[in-house]
Ligand binder design. Structure first.
Ligand code: ASP
Length: 330
């Protein structure tokens, strides 16, 4: 029986990093090398490997991911069962979310990496790559969009975050948990995220940069005027607690919200921004009345990318607001 075809794209990161005589490990291994290092893959899928980038994941840009999403769609249309992307873990929670929004196919996309590079005992890259290919080659992940598979857990891109600098169990999906796992080489999916959130980009759509500002104790908002001056097209505010900022910031935020979409998220990392609990100046009620847009269930990092891609797609202010609202409608 013919094995499923899986397209592997390597982008660099720890999973590909070896000692090449510099100050520390750096991305060196190609996609082909990563795949040939794991002979068990040949029993699971027929893999085509491409080295799309070879960089630390902080070098990747939204433009890179837009290009990758379109290449993934091409491979799927040519008959691949799905795609596996290997890259640095530092930005996986962002890149996987971009792919989730842009790749409009039922075939799954899995992003993976490693916390221990290939020169270390217990290097986790080979196991993560094999598990990712098992997920893509199976039927269970169809229709789930983009996922992150590491440490034998399957996480939905919309929920996943990196939570530890070095622990291989760094990826968490609070508050829902992983949607499944891989056990003895068999992928299991036990939860399916509701709703399908896709963004279609017109040909040659331009980058629309969006800033992310985390509000802190005693923040006087002096950075905010630079958002407009430096040419940002939108802003996400990671506010305190349920969606609060010091009162000294509200006028500048209201002014910005009249000129560009300003999205209100929370810096807490869990729960949704409140709507009608507090009434003080700088409260969630006050900020929403001043024109800020509720981030729904998205944290600051994901809200920033969602807004950047909506703006790149040409969405109006009303469409941006409706799109953020749709995350809590299903
Ligand atoms: N520490 C990172 C990794 O896990 C480096 C990067 O994101 O490129 O790959």
């Amino acid at each position: 029986m013919a094995l499923p075809r899986v397209a592997v794209f390597s982008l660099g990161g720890t999973i590909s990093s070896t000692d090449s005589g510099g100050k520390g490990v750096e991305p060196t291994l190609t996609g082909e090398a990563l795949v040939s290092d794991v002979p068990e893959i040949a029993d699971v899928a027929e893999v085509s490997a491409a080295s799309f980038r070879q960089a630390a994941s902080g070098e990747l840009t939204v433009d890179d991911l837009v290009e990758l999403a379109s290449e993934i769609e091409d491979r799927i249309d040519e008959g691949a069962s799905g795609a596996v992307v290997t890259q640095g873990t530092d930005t996986i929670e962002e890149t996987s979310f971009i792919l989730d929004l842009l790749v409009d196919r039922d075939a799954p996309v899995v992003v993976t990496g490693a916390m221990r590079n290939p020169t270390l005992p217990g290097a986790d890259g080979p196991a993560n790559l094999l598990a990712s290919i098992q997920v893509v080659a199976s039927e269970v992940a169809r229709g789930l969009g983009a996922m992150v598979v590491l440490n034998d857990e399957i996480h939905a891109a919309r929920f996943v975050s990196k939570t530890h600098t070095s622990n291989p169990a760094t990826f968490r999906s609070d508050p829902v948990g992983p949607v499944g796992w891989v056990s003895e080489g068999v992928p299991r999916v036990l939860l399916r995220p509701v709703g399908r959130h896709k963004i279609a980009l017109p040909e040659n759509a331009q980058d629309r940069p969006v800033a992310l500002h985390t509000v802190t104790l005693g923040d006087d908002g002096r950075l905010l005027p630079a958002i407009e001056e430096r040419g940002y097209a939108g802003l996400v505010i990671e506010a305190l607690g349920g969606g609060h900022v010091p009162s000294v910031m509200v006028e500048t935020l209201e002014d910005l919200a009249g000129k560009m979409p300003v999205v209100l998220a929370s810096r807490t990392g869990g729960g949704e921004v409140l709507r009608e609990t507090y009434g003080f100046v700088g409260s969630e009620t006050d900020l929403l009345e001043r024109g800020l847009i509720h981030a729904g269930p998205l944290n600051g990092l994901k809200a920033r990318l969602f807004l950047a891609l909506l703006l790149r797609s040409g969405a109006t202010m009303e469409e941006v607001e409706g799109s953020f609202g749709s995350w809590l409608e299903e």
